[in-house]
Write a protein that binds this ligand. Sequence first.
Ligand code: SF4
Length: 250
Amino acid sequence: MSALKNKVPAPSDERFDPGWVAERSRAFETARPEDILAFALATYAPRVAISTAFGLEGCALIHMALQIDPNVRVFTIDTGYLFRETQQLKYAFVEKYGIDLTTFEPELTVPQQERRYGLKLFETDSDACCRMRKVEPNRRALAELDGWIAGLRRDQSPTRANTPHVQLLRHADGTPLVKVCPLARWTRKDTWRYVMDNGVPYNELLDRGYTSVGCWPCTRPVREGEDERAGRWNGRKAECGIHEPPDYSI
Ligand code: SF4
């Protein structure tokens, strides 16, 4: 990722005005994802980036963004528990598109965490594990940004059913952060169509019964009729916390 300017946005900046953001979000209910993405990249440059775990939506978003800005910044979290197939996909993206990708890692390596908290923290306290291995590194990544682009879709799960296209959040220090979800209205079918039509690489686990891919200890293939995210945490919870940060959403 290119060097970032640590400019704190002025409070009077309309891009962070709650009314303006809400109005943009409403207006985008009939917009194409490409247009929402172009808005995000133009409005929050240079402190804007796509976050991705290389799910189907992130793959589509990166491809879409590259058509608008070949230098678009992308960041990902390597929890230390990623599937080999996910790592391979990440390398395939860098090789195919030469993307400006930054990988953030947890402060503790997996062996350090295991020594301190036990071998299977993901089973004994998955909230603590997700907090250390996903939420904290994600927060570090977001600290450098004014605009956060994510691939959430409303039909992924009940927890995402009300995802707005544009949402005003706050960093822990109180400065504003705007989250943009260009694919909020897209269905899984829409996403697959885009990926197939454009030859976008995707995780080969999606061809083996997985519908959402996270860390290997907490991901299984889904069964017939199950929710698309039912294979995550085996139904124990639906989100890791990255997309539900109560302390800095407003
Ligand atoms: Fe830990 Fe599982 Fe959360 Fe990954 S998904 S950070 S392994 S609890």
